[in-house]
Structures are given as C-alpha cells and as structure tokens.
Write a protein that binds this ligand. Structure first.
Ligand code: CMP
Length: 153
C-alpha cells in the first residue's frame, strides 16, 4: 500500500473543480486518508518546489501557487504514486491524453490543476510538509473486498 500527496491547485479551486477531481480518485478505488484547504505561502512554495526554484518559470509558478487556496490530500492505495500520476496525465494540459484529468480539464502547462508526488522520496517529503502525523486517518474502506481480490494486496 502506498501514499501520495496531491495538491488541488489554485486554478482547480477557483474553477470549482474540487469535487469533480476528488471524485476521479475515489472512483478509481483510492482512499483519501487526510485532507485540508490552506493558503500556500512563498516560504512553503519554495520548500515544496525546491527543485524548481532556480528555473526561469519559478517566479510565475510561485505567484500562481500562492494566488488562491489549495486543497492538500493524501491518497492511499496500491501503487498510488504511479497510478495517481497516470490519472493526472502529462504536465501540460495541451499534451495530456484525453481521459486524464489534465487532458480533460486543462489547456495549460502551468495551470495544470493538480500536483502529485513523483516518487516515494518526494511523497514522504511532501506529506511531511503539509500534514502532521495526527492529521492522517489510518482506516480501511469497508468496501475494500469489492475493490480488489484479497491476494492483490
Ligand atoms: P507540478 O506537477 O506541480 O510540478 C511543477 C509545476 O511547475 C508543474 O506542475 C507546473 O504547474 C509548473 N511548470 C512545470 N513546467 C513549467 C514550465 N515549463 N513553465 C511554467 N510552469 C511549469
């Protein structure tokens, strides 16, 4: 079982897509084990996007990500890190395949609606940036036996 951090970005919140996009993860069978709305500060943005801080697009990215609230959530499930990124599609909404979240709702490289951790290290680091241990609910969905066979994990 894996956990991954998603951020529904300011464009998602402003476009009133929170419910529809969270539903995509629920529909797939993932469990949401933590969630909150918050305003990303410039300091948090620099920590979260540390690998991008020196890139030319970073100032615009920081202005965007701090421009309205975000919804942070932890998604749990089998191979959640990879599968959640597959559900999002390519970074640019113009390149993302139809049927993916970005392919269906975004036509931008920056305003691509949702961030998701890109590997186990990033997931652990990003979960730690947005959530304290006691904010995470450890529970299994009662419908789990109807989502996958018992020998699948
Ligand atoms: P995300 O998956 O959150 O990771 C970094 C973010 O930076 C990315 O989504 C986009 O919102 C943004 N981004 C990535 N590449 C570019 C780019 N070339 N120009 C502008 N924004 C970008």
């Amino acid at each position: 079982m894996e956990r991954t951090l998603i951020l529904l970005k300011p464009d998602c919140v402003e476009r009133r897509l929170i419910g529809r996009i969270l539903a995509r993860f629920e529909d797939k069978g993932f469990n949401i084990v933590a969630m909150k709305m918050l305003q990303v500060t410039p300091e948090l943005a620099k920590e979260h996007y540390a690998e991008h801080v020196s890139k030319p697009f970073y100032p615009a990215l920081e202005k965007f990500i701090t421009g309205a609230p975000v919804v942070a959530a932890i998604i749990e499930g089998l191979e959640a890190i990879r599968v959640v990124r597959d559900l999002l599609g390519a970074t640019s909404g113009l390149k993302a395949a139809p049927g993916t979240i970005r392919g269906d709702y975004s036509s931008s490289r920056q305003m691509n609606l949702v961030h998701a951790s890109d590997g186990p290290e990033a997931s652990a680091r990003e979960i730690g940036l947005y959530f304290r241990k006691e904010e995470i609910c450890n529970f299994a969905l009662t419908i789990t036996p109807w989502l996958r066979a018992s020998d699948e994990g």
